[in-house]
Design a binder for this molecule. Structure first.
Ligand code: ZN
Length: 140
């Protein structure tokens, strides 16, 4: 899949301070897009960690003071809800997990990504390419 992914590549892995799982580095812009009422937060760090693990309420963190939980975002996080079909998987184009099973939808996203029209760095909660979250292609 890597040849179809956009430039929002995974970066240096971090550890989630809540669950101890591997977290991903994201920028402040990603939090500004996803946090509900972002003006209420100071967002003092330059860089943040994102925890994608289901069962862990922590979504973003920085240092020892900054913690942002799933309930503080203005939408559910798909990676935290692996069974949810109606959750938005791709915020670049408003695609749910259910829609992401459709090969035509996937082809659209692959094409937009190739044309660099996606916004995965900010619009995907993980900062990674949305195609990484798409369900695996069913072998025909
Ligand atoms: Zn975690």
């Amino acid at each position: 899949m890597s040849d179809t992914c956009c430039q929002a590549k995974p970066r240096q892995p971090l550890l989630c301070p809540a669950c101890g799982g591997r977290a991903l580095a994201v920028g402040r812009d990603t939090l500004l897009f996803h946090l509900k009422a972002p003006w209420r937060f100071e967002l003092v760090a330059e860089g943040y960690g994102h925890c994608p693990h289901p069962g862990c309420e922590l979504v973003y963190f920085a240092g020892s003071a900054e913690r942002y939980l799933a309930a503080q975002l203005h939408h559910p996080v798909a990676s935290k809800l692996p069974e949810a079909e109606e959750v938005t998987l791709c915020h670049c184009f408003g695609i749910s997990r259910r829609e992401a099973h459709d090969p035509q939808v996937r082809a659209f996203v692959v094409e937009q990504t190739r044309l660099e029209r996606c916004r995965c760095t900010t619009h995907n909660p993980s900062g990674q390419c949305c195609l990484r979250d798409f369900p695996p292609l069913e072998e025909g």
